[in-house]
Ligand binder design. Structure first.
Ligand code: OOB
Length: 547
C-alpha cells in the first residue's frame, strides 16, 4: 500500500466512533476556528522567539528551537518505526520537560495521544487501550509506568510500540533516537488532536476527543480570559495531562504566547515556593485543597513569592471561606475556574470585584458558548433558579469516543452536553456551582444534596476538609456519613449537629455518622474521591455491606 493510502485508512480508523460537530455548527464556527494543527502553538513561536527558554524542569531546559528539534527528531523515529498518522498512543508522563517533548513529537507525527494521568493504573490504561485500540504506550520510565509497560507487553494485543522517556534496558527510549529530516504529515484540523480523559468520580474514565480546531480555540480563549502574556512564566504543578494544566490556558497557552513553562513533580508549598522565587513564576493552576495548603503555608514559608500574580483555582468547589483566605494572602491573584475536559470553561476575571471572585465560579470564556439550565424534566428553569447545566459550543464535544450508550444519556437531541453539574446563573452570566445532580443521599426518600451539608461544615473554624457520603442503611435506605479532617479531634457527632442547627439546617439533613480522618482519598488530579472515602472500619463507606 502506498503511504498516502495508509494515512487515509488510518484516519478512517481514527474517525470511527468519533462524533463530528454538526454541519450547522461547523459553518458557524468557521470564522473563529484557526484551521491549523495544534502543534502551531509551538512552531509559531520558533519563528518569533526561537532562542528563548520554552520549558524547564529541575534538571533541564529547552529553547523553543530546541524543543521543536527534539520533537521532530522523535516524530521522525516514531513514523520510521511504522506508527502511522491517526494511530492512537497512550501518553503517561509526569511533570518534566519530557512531557512537552513527547507531547509535541506525537503531535508532529500526526499521532493522537490519550492523555493519561500519572496516577492512572493498569485498569484505566487497559480501558483506554480497549476503547481506542492504541498501538503505542509512551511513558516516563518511572517504576509505576514500567509495571504497566510490562503488563501491556504480556497482555495487550493492540500495543505494539512501547517507549520510555529515560533509557531503559528493555524498552526503546526517546532519548537520542532519530535524526532524519522531518516534514510533518498534513493534518485535518477538524479531526481529533488529543483524547482527554473524563474526570468523573464514578466508573472508568471516558475518552474525550478534542479536535485541533476546538482545542486551539479553547486555549486562545483561556489566554484572553486570564490575561496572560509573553512575559508570563507558568508553573505546571497539577498533572500536565489534565485539561486545566494543559490548555486552560496552562502549558499550551503559555507556550502559544512565547511564555515559559516550569514543570514541577511536587505540589507541596516548600518545594514550589522555592521554584516560584527562583524562576519568577507568575501564574499557576491549583485544585482547592492545594490552594488551601499553599495559602496556609504562605504565612510561614520564607521564600519570596511576590511574583505570583495569577492563581487559578478549579476542579472542584472552592468554598467561600477558602476563597477569602486566598484573597487575603495573595491579593488580586485569585481566578476561579469552572471547567471540564468535555469542553466548557467558565472563569472569573482579574478585575472583577473581589466578592464576585470569592463567591462565583465565573462566566464562559467565549460568547459562542451556549448554556441551558434545566430541571429534572429537562425544562428550562427561570432565571436565577438552580438546575442542571447543559452546554454546547465551539470547543465542547459532541460525543465521547466509541461510547454510543453513554452518548445517548449524555447529550440532548440537539447536541447539548449534559454536564451533571447543578448550577445557578446570574444576570451577568456568572455561574455558581451548587453541586452534582447525583451527589445526594436518599434518606428515607428525602433527597439531600451532600454539598449543602459540606458547605456549612466547611465554615466551621476547626474543619479543614469534608466529604459527605451516602452510607447504605437497612432501614433508611441511605444514611448521612461525614468524613472530615479536623484540627480538633475531640469533635463529636453531637457537636456537628449542634453547629448545623445554628445554620438552620432541617433535622433530616443532620449527619448520622462521623469519621475523623487524617487525609481524604483523592482522584488522579487531586479532587476528593467519594467512592473511596473510608468509613470507621477503613473500608469504602459508600459500598458498606448491609447486615
Ligand atoms: C476540570 O475538569 P474535569 O473534567 O476533571 O472535571 C470536570 C468536573 C465538572 O463537571 C465539575 O463537576 C467539577 O469537575 N468542577 C468544579 C469546578 N471545576 C470543575 N466544580 C465546582 N467548582 C469548580 N470550579 O476539573 C477542569 C478542567 C478545566 C479547567 C478547570 C477544571
Amino acid at each position: 500500500m502506498n503511504p498516502l493510502q495508509v494515512a487515509k485508512n488510518s484516519n478512517k480508523d481514527l474517525l470511527q466512533g468519533f462524533t463530528h460537530y454538526s454541519a450547522e455548527q461547523q459553518n458557524r464556527y468557521d470564522e473563529i476556528w484557526d484551521n491549523v494543527p495544534l502543534w502551531s502553538v509551538l512552531t509559531d513561536n520558533v519563528k518569533l522567539s526561537g532562542d528563548q527558554i520554552a520549558i524547564k524542569d529541575d534538571v533541564r531546559e529547552f529553547t523553543f528551537k530546541q524543543l521543536l528539534a527534539e520533537a521532530d527528531r522523535i516524530a521522525a523515529r516514531l513514523l520510521q518505526d511504522k506508527l502511522i498518522q491517526g494511530d492512537r498512543v497512550v501518553l503517561q508522563m509526569s511533570n518534566t520537560c519530557d512531557f512537552a517533548i513527547s507531547f509535541f513529537s506525537v503531535q508532529r507525527a500526526g499521532l493522537v495521544p490519550i492523555m493519561a494521568l500519572p496516577a492512572h493504573g493498569i485498569a484505566e490504561i487497559r480501558h483506554f487501550i480497549d476503547i481506542s485500540q492504541a498501538k503505542g504506550y509512551i511513558c516516563d520510565g518511572g517504576k509505576d509506568s514500567i509495571c504497566i509497560a510490562e503488563y501491556l507487553e504480556q497482555h495487550s494485543n493492540s500495543i505494539t510500540h512501547i517507549y520510555t522517556a529515560v533509557p531503559h534496558t528493555k524498552y526503546r527510549s526517546l532519548t537520542g533516537i532519530g535524526n532524519t529530516p522531518f516534514t510533518p504529515p498534513k493534518i485535518d484540523p477538524d479531526t481529533p488532536a488529543i483524547f482527554l480523559v473524563s474526570g468523573g468520580t464514578t466508573g472508568l474514565p471516558k475518552l474525550i476527543p478534542r479536535t485541533h480546531n476546538d482545542y486551539l480555540f479553547n486555549i486562545k480563549s483561556c489566554v484572553q480570559a486570564s490575561n496572560i502574556s509573553a512575559k508570563d512564566t507558568y508553573l505546571a504543578v497539577l498533572p500536565a495531562a489534565h485539561n486545566f494544566t494543559l490548555g486552560c490556558p496552562g502549558i499550551l497557552g503559555a507556550l502559544s504566547l512565547g511564555g515559559k513553562v516550569v514543570f514541577s513533580n511536587e505540589a507541596g508549598p516548600d518545594y514550589c515556593f522555592e521554584l516560584i522565587e527562583q524562576n519568577g513564576i507568575t501564574a499557576t493552576a491549583l485544585v482547592p485543597a492545594l490552594a488551601q495548603i499553599w495559602t496556609e503555608a504562605a504565612e510561614w514559608e520564607e521564600a519570596n513569592i511576590s511574583s505570583l500574580r495569577l492563581i487559578q483555582v478549579g476542579g472542584s468547589k472552592l468554598s467561600y471561606s477558602d476563597a477569602i483566605d486566598i484573597q487575603h494572602v495573595f491579593p488580586n491573584a485569585l481566578q476561579q475556574v469552572f471547567g471540564m475536559a468535555e469542553g466548557l470553561i467558565a472563569c472569573t476575571r482579574i478585575g472583577d470585584d473581589p466578592e464576585t471572585i470569592a463567591a462565583k465560579q465565573g462566566c464562559p470564556i467565549s460568547q459562542w458558548d451556549e448554556i441551558r439550565i434545566v430541571d429534572s424534566e429537562g425544562n428550562q428553569v427561570a432565571n436565577g433558579e438552580e438546575g442542571e447545566l447543559l452546554t454546547r459550543g465551539p470547543y465542547t464535544l459532541r460525543g465521547y469516543y466509541r461510547a454510543p450508550e453513554h452518548n445517548l444519556r449524555s447529550f440532548t437531541d440537539d447536541g447539548f452536553y449534559r454536564s451533571g453539574d447543578k448550577v445557578r446563573i446570574d444576570e451577568n452570566q456568572y455561574i455558581s456551582v451548587t453541586g452534582r445532580i447525583k451527589d445526594i443521599v436518599n434518606r428515607s426518600g428525602e433527597c439531600i444534596a451532600t454539598d449543602e451539608i459540606e458547605e456549612h461544615l466547611l465554615s466551621h473554624p476547626e474543619i479543614a476538609q469534608v466529604a459527605v457520603v451516602p452510607v447504605p442503611d437497612k432501614h433508611l435506605g441511605e444514611r448521612i456519613g461525614v468524613a472530615l479532617i479536623c484540627k480538633d479531634e475531640s469533635l463529636t457527632l453531637q457537636d456537628l449537629r449542634r453547629f448545623l442547627q445554628t445554620k438552620q439546617l432541617a433535622s433530616f439533613k443532620m449527619p448520622d455518622e462521623l469519621n475523623i480522618v487524617y487525609s481524604l482519598p483523592k482522584t488522579a488530579v487531586g479532587k476528593i474521591d467519594k467512592k473511596k472515602v473510608p468509613g470507621p472500619d477503613g473500608k469504602p463507606w459508600m459500598f458498606h455491606e448491609l447486615n
